[in-house]
Design a protein around this ligand. Structure first.
Ligand code: AHM
Ligand code: MG
Length: 337
């Protein structure tokens, strides 16, 4: 039970003291937290809240929108508009930047995937929300997409909420990674996971194996070596997991280590990859690096990729340090495509 545990709000106030901040980020995160609590409630109620099924519309990525995608997006926008902390927002579910009315405008930019893993909603498997916070460039009153195009190293804060058997919010402001579990009776997130770290070694990988024939040679080599097990070059057996909700797969890695990959492949090459840089790959990379892991496209540190557009996609290879270093070395050895 939550008892005398620290609330997320109090944790954020302590962090603010440490940073000698003015409290703006703390208040902004309180609004993000409220959005996540409301989405958690929707996910919890599922069909009872009329949250299952599709809308019959497509988002800017050409993906069919689920009801919960749209409802979560509306909640994120609603909860974060009037706080006075944001200059603008960007969402996976919105073609363009979401403008904040002049009277409410503040100094941060919020990017989010309001409901990640939406293919899992109707089958009652874990989904999540992902968010990233950037500073609005100086002198910009009403930000345009260009003002959001900052590399991941510029992030002030990143986090995700996993709506699983428990709802958990995990975040970093650049001072380690911290996890909070929601007590549904109290309606609060409580500090449960201090300084989360990822073991450098692992024997577990997460990848959509049905794409194997489309992968590039370095990833194929790595997975084939894992599959060869004890009698192969790695001389140990590996285990495989694939939830198809990035938040749930990354949360498992945050908990017990592992490798997560949505690598470049022939199916997604034209689009640049599958996962989105600004509100999926960058926030997850910030969290993974802060926990001692590594996050790469295979050829470049994800957080150093200079974004060219809001909905840009990238290959994602992240997790336990020694394994990711190995996969990156396979890429740099120039194993042909
Ligand atoms: P979404 O943001 O539209 O839900 O798509 C992203 C999701 C990730 O959570 C997950 O890792 C991946 O897509 C699963 O893809 P696939 O269905 O190809 O395995
Ligand atoms: Mg997503």
């Amino acid at each position: 039970m939550s008892g005398y545990r620290t609330t997320l709000t109090h944790f954020l106030i302590e962090e603010q003291r440490r940073r000698q901040g003015e409290g703006v980020l703390t208040l902004l995160l309180a609004d993000v937290m409220t959005a996540c609590k409301r989405i958690s409630d929707l996910v919890d109620h599922g069909e009872l809240a009329g949250a299952l099924g599709t809308m019959g519309t497509e988002n800017v990525q050409g993906e069919v929108q689920k009801k919960l995608d749209v409802q979560s997006n509306e909640l994120f926008k609603f909860c974060n508009t009037i706080g006075g902390h944001l200059a603008g927002m960007a969402s996976e579910e919105e073609d363009d930047v979401v403008t904040v009315p002049a009277e409410y405008r503040g100094r941060y930019l919020l990017l989010f995937d309001p409901l990640d893993g939406s293919s899992n909603i109707d089958v009652n498997v874990s989904v999540g929300s992902i968010f990233s916070i950037l500073r609005c460039p100086d002198g910009i009153e009403q930000p345009t997409a260009e003002d959001f195009l900052q590399p991941g190293v510029e992030q002030v804060c990143a986090g995700y909420t996993v709506y699983g058997p428990s709802t958990m919010l995990v975040l970093t402001t650049g001072n380690g990674v911290h996890g909070f579990t929601m007590d549904r009776n109290v309606g609060e997130f409580f500090y449960t996971h201090e300084n989360m770290t990822i073991p450098a070694d692992t024997q577990e990988f997460a990848i959509n194996m049905s794409n194997m024939r489309h992968w590039e040679a370095p990833v194929r080599r790595y997975i084939e070596e894992c599959l060869a097990g004890k009698t192969g070059p790695r001389e140990k057996d590996f285990n495989m997991r694939w939830v198809a909700s990035m938040v749930a797969d990354v949360h498992r890695i945050m908990t017990r280590g592992g490798v997560f990959m949505y690598p470049m492949c022939d199916k997604t090459r034209e689009k640049g990859g599958k996962l989105r840089l600004m509100y999926e790959a960058n926030p997850m990379s910030f969290i993974i690096e802060q926990a001692g892991g590594v996050s790469s496209t295979g050829r470049e540190r994800i957080m150093e990729v200079q974004p060219k557009e809001l909905h840009q996609r990238v290959p994602v290879i992240l997790g336990s340090k020694n394994e990711i270093d190995r996969i990156v070395s396979y890429h740099s050895e120039g194993t042909e495509k």
